[in-house]
Design a protein around this ligand. Structure first.
Ligand code: NAD
Length: 253
């Protein structure tokens, strides 16, 4: 799909990978809607791109419905959904303070996995009503997993579960939506230089970068955005998870 003139919703688009993707899609002429809980940053990014920001907690059915409705009314029917909203935690299954708090495990699954699915189902219901474009295509969905879906580290039980769920649902959702001409791909990033990572001390970031075989550095959000744009543009990409990680395979810790 050529993103020019196409309406794109980017969840978590106020920061990091989502922000970079919103900017890259806007540079290709897409009309951008940022769906985020952090409204100040979302509104700044949207204003920069001549788009709109919608307050949307991706875990809420009501917020999701409102986001799709608002975007459709203000910009037109959306054909691109990029799911970048997410959180990361590091808690061991049994730690010094006892067993992993169950509500924390639930929260990570709720935001990263259920939140992604919530937005997918609502987006797809709307996109399937739109007229088909070239080749019968109506929409493209891009999810964000992580290399932690495959090689989760100590403390990543909840995070890896949530990302493994995203990898697992990619193919069946692509199959479900194939009749409507809606494609679904997932990007599994390695370690990227975003505000999520900026919390780590400089030396920890440098040491993580050195663990990447090549290039030996953290990924740039623009590199994630560039792959997201390619997925939008390449109609044969569907039902697949693509690692974007400089060949890193995470060690246990
Ligand atoms: N940065 C990395 O190294 C890395 C690696 C692998 C995967 N990821 C994944 O990429 C995605 C984006 O991460 P990032 O590094 O850009 O993080 P980030 O913290 O910079 O951005 C995340 C955005 O999601 C939003 N958000 C959080 N909870 C939300 C909710 N319930 N509803 C709506 N928005 C919500 C935040 O407000 C924020 O704008 C996440 O899913 C993360 O797990 C990041």
């Amino acid at each position: 799909m050529n993103p020019s003139g196409i309406v794109a919703i980017v969840t978590g688009g106020g920061s990091g990978l989502g922000e970079a993707t919103a900017r890259a899609l806007a540079a290709k002429g897409a009309k951008i809607a940022i769906a985020d809980v952090g409204m100040e940053r979302a509104e700044n990014v949207a204003a920069d791109l001549g788009g709109i920001a919608v307050k949307c907690d991706v875990t809420s059915a009501e917020d999701g419905e409102n986001a799709i409705r608002t975007v459709s009314e203000k910009l037109g029917g959306p054909r691109i959904l990029v799911n970048c909203a997410g959180i990361a935690i590091a808690v061991k299954t049994v730690g010094k303070d006892g067993p992993h708090p169950l509500d924390l495990y639930r929260k990570v699954i709720e935001i990263n996995l259920i939140g992604s699915f919530n937005m997918i189902r609502l987006f797809a219901a709307k996109a399937q009503e739109l007229d088909p474009l070239e080749g019968g295509e109506r929409g493209v969905i891009i999810n964000t997993a992580s290399v932690a879906a495959f090689d989760g580290q100590v403390g990543q039980a909840a995070y890896s579960s949530s990302k493994g769920g995203i990898v697992g649902m990619t193919l069946p959702i692509a199959r479900d939506l194939s009749r409507a001409g809606i494609r679904v791909c997932t990007i599994a990033p390695g370690i990227f230089k975003t505000p999520m990572m900026a919390g780590l001390p400089e030396d920890a970031q440098a040491s993580l970068g050195q663990q990447v075989p090549f290039p030996p550095r953290l990924g740039e959000p623009s590199e994630y955005a560039s792959l997201a744009c390619h997925i939008v543009e390449n109609q044969m990409l569907n039902g697949e998870t693509i690692r974007l990680d400089g060949a890193i395979r995470m060690a246990p810790r």
